[in-house]
Design a binder for this molecule. Structure first.
Ligand code: GUN
Length: 292
C-alpha cells in the first residue's frame, strides 16, 4: 500500500478561498480584519513561522502588525504590549508566538490576552469552552486544522480508535478533545512519554496524530495497515547533503507511507492548515465586531 497524501496545502487554499467573501463583507461594514503578531527573541524557526503568518495576511487582504521584541525583553514589557493590543479597538486578533524566552511565564502572558482576540485559542476561557464541548469559540489552530483536513479528505472518524502522540497545551491535549467531541466521535487515547509500550498502543489505532517533536520517531511498525496518519512534527535535522546543512523532518518516518492509507506530508501538510485556521479565527473575531 502507498498512502494517499493528506494535502494540507490544497485544503488550506480552499479554506482561504472561502474567507475572501467574509473579509469583503467585514470591509463593507467598515471593519478591516487586523491581526497583530508578537515575537520575542531570535529563534530562527519562530521567525519563519511568523513570516508565513504575515504573508498569509497579505495574500488575503487582512491587515497585520508584526511586533518583534528583543530576547532580553522583560516579562512586564511583553505584558504592556499585550495590554496595549487588548485596548486597541482597531485590531481583532493577537498572537504571541511560542516559545517565549525561558525567563518568561508563557501561560501567564497568554492569560492576559483578551479571549475575544485570542486567535490562537490558548486562553483558559477558550480552552475551557473546548473542554465543555462548545466548538463555536476560538479553537487552537493546529488541532482544528487537522480536523478540517480530515473532514476535507472525507475521512470518517466516528467510532474509530484515535491515538494522539503528545499532550501539549498547543496541540496534543486540544487535539484529543476535538477528536473525541460530539460530531467527530472518535475514541481517543493520549500516548505520552510515560505511556507503557507506546508502540503497541499506537499500532492499534485507526487514526494517529503525531505531535511529539521527535524526528521520524513513528516507524512503520507503530502503524496498523490502512491507518490514517497525521504528522504535526516540524523538526530541523542536520543534513550535510543539503546546501543549508539541514532538512525538515516530521515526527513520522517516511517508510510509514508504505503502510498507511493516508499520510500528511511535512512540509505541506499540517503547517499550511495551522495558518489557514489562524486566518479564519482572525476573520471570525472581526465578524464579532461587525455584529456588535
Ligand atoms: N508555536 C508553534 N505553533 C504555534 C501556534 O500555533 N501559535 C503560537 N502562538 N505559537 C506557536
Amino acid at each position: 500500500m502507498v498512502a494517499q497524501r493528506l494535502d494540507g496545502k490544497a485544503c488550506a487554499a480552499s479554506v482561504e478561498d472561502e474567507l475572501h467573501d467574509r473579509i469583503s463583507a467585514c470591509r463593507s461594514a467598515g471593519v478591516e480584519p487586523h491581526l497583530s503578531v508578537v515575537i520575542v527573541g531570535d529563534d530562527p524557526a519562530s521567525h519563519v513561522y511568523v513570516n508565513s503568518k504575515v504573508k498569509a495576511c497579505e495574500r488575503l487582504g487582512i491587515k497585520s502588525t508584526h511586533i518583534s521584541l528583543p530576547e532580553d525583553s522583560t516579562e512586564s514589557e511583553v505584558r504592556e504590549v499585550i495590554q496595549r493590543l487588548n485596548d486597541d479597538t482597531s485590531l481583532h486578533g493577537i498572537l504571541v508566538q511560542s516559545p517565549l524566552p525561558s525567563h518568561m511565564d508563557e501561560e501567564a502572558l497568554t492569560d492576559l490576552i483578551h479571549p475575544g482576540k485570542d486567535v490562537d485559542g490558548f486562553h483558559p476561557e477558550n480552552l475551557g469552552r473546548l473542554v465543555q464541548g462548545r466548538l463555536d469559540g476560538m479553537l487552537p489552530c493546529t488541532p482544528s486544522g487537522v480536523m478540517r483536513m480530515l473532514q476535507w479528505a472525507g475521512i470518517d472518524l466516528s467510532g474509530k480508535q484515535a491515538v494522539v502522540l503528545g499532550r501539549s497545551r498547543i496541540v496534543g491535549n486540544p487535539q484529543a478533545l476535538l477528536l473525541g467531541a460530539k460530531g467527530a466521535d472518535a475514541t481517543v487515547t493520549i500516548v505520552h512519554s510515560r505511556t507503557n509500550n507506546a508502540q503497541a498502543v499506537c499500532a492499534q489505532a485507526d487514526i494517529v496524530v503525531a505531535a511529539i517533536g521527535r524526528p521520524e520517531m513513528v516507524r512503520a511498525d507503530w502503524i496498523k495497515s490502512g491507518a490514517v496518519v497525521v504528522d504535526v512534527g516540524i523538526n530541523r535535522v542536520d543534513d550535510d547533503s543539503r546546501e543549508r546543512g539541514w532538512r525538515l523532518a516530521g515526527d513520522v518516518h517516511p517508510e510509514v507511507a508504505q503502510k498507511a492509507a493516508w499520510l500528511s506530508p511535512v512540509p505541506g501538510g499540517v503547517g499550511p492548515m495551522t495558518i489557514a485556521m489562524l486566518m479564519e479565527n482572525t476573520v471570525r473575531a472581526a465578524e464579532h465586531v461587525v455584529a456588535q
